[in-house]
Design a protein around this ligand. Structure first.
Ligand code: ATP
Length: 658
């Protein structure tokens, strides 16, 4: 059964028994699911995205340094990556990749096997024309001196020459087979370490980088490793060596002019390829950019179908999409023209080279300074070496992109989280947590102070509420508590331990959050609930769901997650502010059950939802200006009392749960 659990009114149709629907109800309304955090967010990091109202726009600067990647999953299964090189020049990247692949446990030998097969294939390729020359020379000289002719030798040479291409091709294919598992394993290792590293970076990093960008970096880094091997280790270097061998052979066996012509031909071929490929690169880059815009346009229009229909902008949207496709067509055609120019030019250069070599050789044969065998050798070698060059343009383009992808990879691998992990384990289970904040000062950017000397205490099992106008710093206190940032000044203590000394895993394991907008994965409700404790058994999950899922809003999933986690500290950040009054009353009842025996922090605008808290802190402009119970604060007649009376007037408040 597939059901859409949003909006809330539809949620009541979720039928019992709950354990049936839990596992089958899939989140099917993509617009209801926040787009950014889907890929790899976890409970707290998802929360962090939700709480953030503005994004940092400053660019993160990376410092290259020779530090080893601090991935935490390093083990015999995932051996650590070598230290990233200082830059992405070929001289730096090659030793890195060699180190990476050759040290792969169990598969490193494949690199040496592949190189051996590659060399074997090249040698077989060069030997073919040499044997043919030998046979030709023997045959040419036979009529003059029949006693010299050995049929077995000539036949053997001809047969080997015929098979040498096949032997070379066979070794080449074997090389792919031998290298492929290592290539994939190395790419996988890089991707796994990279994802793990990214997941351990701090919130500031994640706010600066879009999830889409990070996803592309991971996927492309995985491919780049294989591509660089394919381009450099298996094509460029062997071809350069082969070209050197061929020219030397021609200079020695045939004559130096022919060798020179071959060299000039291939240098011209390579220069032409690089020049035109570079020229086409900007068109292809532009095409990829427009492709992204066109895809984004389709997604936007489909996801916002209702708005598009209501606004009667269907025609406009279709025209906008068409304009993008038109732009795409124009730039892609430019790239195609350049590609055709490249291919035609390559064929012309090669043909001119072969023709020159043949003409020179033919002339030399007629003049008696070269044998027919020499001519056959020159022809065979030029054809032998031109084969890998056919892919040069494609591989060069690939290589450029791969080096760029590796640059992104290295820059991320050397990025260190600005918030350091502590070593003391916070008790995960047990009674409510004690929280003390002393004189907290904080700013996101240097210009504006967000917290200005905040001090608060919540004793184990107490519920405190933080209220105040938008932007006064309520959620920022929560973010400091979760260690997403360091305070500029002041200290936070949990269970009398300085927060900076606590391990983040234990800290996050002891806290559950019910935010205003719960992040849901595109999966069943059952799996969405297990997210707070993936090791929970089915009975526990169903029990948590029963405790939480009577209404059906997204908050219910967050509450079920919290029940399952059984946290020592519960944080409700505007948990009910988006709900209608009836549902709010229902959700508040469940939250009351959930908060029993735990320390709770409620961040809220609607005072009616927090009036029963043990302590209410009223904030303004980064400071706590009033503190007390609801009754105390009303009797004081200050800011809280004013807020209360204006909300009472505005909302015509409904009765609250006792
Ligand atoms: N990551 C960030 N980078 C820069 N500024 C930020 C960031 N997150 C929040 N701010 C700013 O800090 C100020 C306090 O934000 P905070 O979220 O703590 O306010 P709040 O009191 O919880 O507001 P609201 O009730 O609207 O959620 C706001 O002006 C906000 O724009």
């Amino acid at each position: 059964m597939l059901m859409n659990i949003f909006p809330s009114s539809r949620a009541h149709h979720l039928c019992s028994p709950r354990n049936v629907f839990l596992q089958s109800v899939r989140i099917t309304n993509p617009s209801a699911i926040p787009r950014q955090p889907l890929s790899c967010s976890v409970d707290l990091s998802s929360y962090s995205r939700i709480c953030n109202v503005s994004l940092l726009t400053t660019r993160h600067t990376f410092n290259h340094s020779n530090t080893v990647c601090t991935s935490r999953i390093s083990s015999s299964e995932f051996p650590p990556l070598p230290p990233p090189p200082r830059n992405v020049s070929l001289l730096s990247v090659l030793p890195y990749l060699w180190d990476l692949a050759s040290k792969d446990p169990g598969l490193g030998w494949r690199l040496f096997g592949a190189v051996f097969l590659l060399l074997g294939g090249k040698v077989a390729g060069i030997l073919g024309p040499l044997f043919l020359k030998f046979a030709m020379d023997k045959l040419q000289s036979a009529p003059n001196d029949l006693r010299d002719l050995s049929p077995k030798l000539v036949l053997g040479a001809l047969v080997f020459s015929a098979f040498s291409k096949a032997i070379g091709a066979g070794m080449n294919e074997m090389r792919y087979v031998v290298f492929a598992p290592l290539g994939y394993a190395t790419g996988r290792r890089v991707a796994v370490h990279l994802l793990d590293h990214i997941l351990h970076l701090d919130l500031t990093f994640h706010l600066e980088k879009s999830s889409g960008l990070l996803e592309r970096i991971i996927v492309r880094a995985q491919r780049a490793v294989v591509h660089v091997f394919r381009a450099i280790v298996f094509t460029f270097i062997p071809t350069a060596v082969e070209l050197g061998c061929v020219c030397t052979l021609l200079a020695k066996q045939v004559n130096i002019t022919v060798a020179g012509v071959v060299l000039v031909t291939f240098v011209a071929y390579i220069l032409w390829t690089i020049k035109i490929t570079d020229a086409a690169a900007s068109s292809r880059k532009e095409a990829i950019k427009i492709e992204g815009l066109a895809t984004g346009k389709i997604m936007d229009v489909l996801l916002n179908f209702e708005l598009v229909t209501q606004s009667n902008t269907r025609k406009l949207e279709v025209h906008r999409y068409h304009d993008l496709l038109m732009r795409h067509q124009n730039v892609i055609l430019d790239a195609e023209h350049l590609s055709a120019t490249l291919n035609a030019g390559q064929a012309f250069i090669l043909a001119a080279g072969v023709a020159s070599v043949m003409a020179l050789s033919g002339l030399s044969v007629t003049q008696g300074s070269m044998t027919i065998g020499d001519l056959v050798l020159a022809n065979g070698l030029i054809l032998q070496i031109s084969a890998p060059l056919q892919f040069l343009g494609f591989l060069y383009r690939d290589l450029r992109q791969s080096l760029l992808d590796l640059d992104f990879l290295f820059n991320i691998l050397i990025t260190r989280p600005s918030v350091k992990d502590g070593h003391i384990e916070l008790q995960k289970v047990g009674p409510g947590m004690k929280i003390q904040a002393e004189n907290l000062h904080f700013r996101y950017r240097s210009s504006r102070k967000i917290l200005n000397g905040v001090s608060l205490t919540a004793n184990p099992g107490e519920s405190i509420a933080i209220v105040g106008p938008s932007g006064c710093g309520k959620s920022t206190i929560v973010k400091l508590l979760l260690r997403f940032y360091y305070p500029e000044l002041g200290t936070l203590f949990l269970d009398n331990i300085d927060l900076q000394l606590l391990s983040q895993a234990s800290l996050h394991g002891a806290i559950a959050i019910v935010p205003q907008d719960t992040v849901l994965f595109n999966d069943t409700i059952y799996h969405n609930i297990t997210y707070s404790r993936p090791t929970a058994c089915k009975t526990e999950i169903i029990q948590a769901a029963k405790q939480a899922l009577s209404g059906g809003e997204k908050q219910r999933v967050a509450i079920a997650r919290a029940f399952l986690k059984a946290p020592r500290l519960l944080i409700c950040d505007e948990a009910t502010s988006a709900l209608d009054s009836n549902t709010e009353v229902e959700v508040l009842k469940t939250l009351k059950d959930l908060s029993s025996g735990r320390t709770c922090i409620f961040v809220a605008h609607r005072l009616s939802t927090i009036m029963h808290c043990d302590k209410i802190l009223v904030m303004d402009n980064g400071s706590i200006i009033e503190e007390g119970t609801h009754k105390d604060l009303l009797s004081r007649g200050g800011t809280y009392a004013n807020m209360w009376s204006s909300q009472e007037l505005k909302e015509k408040r409904e009765p609250l749960p006792k």
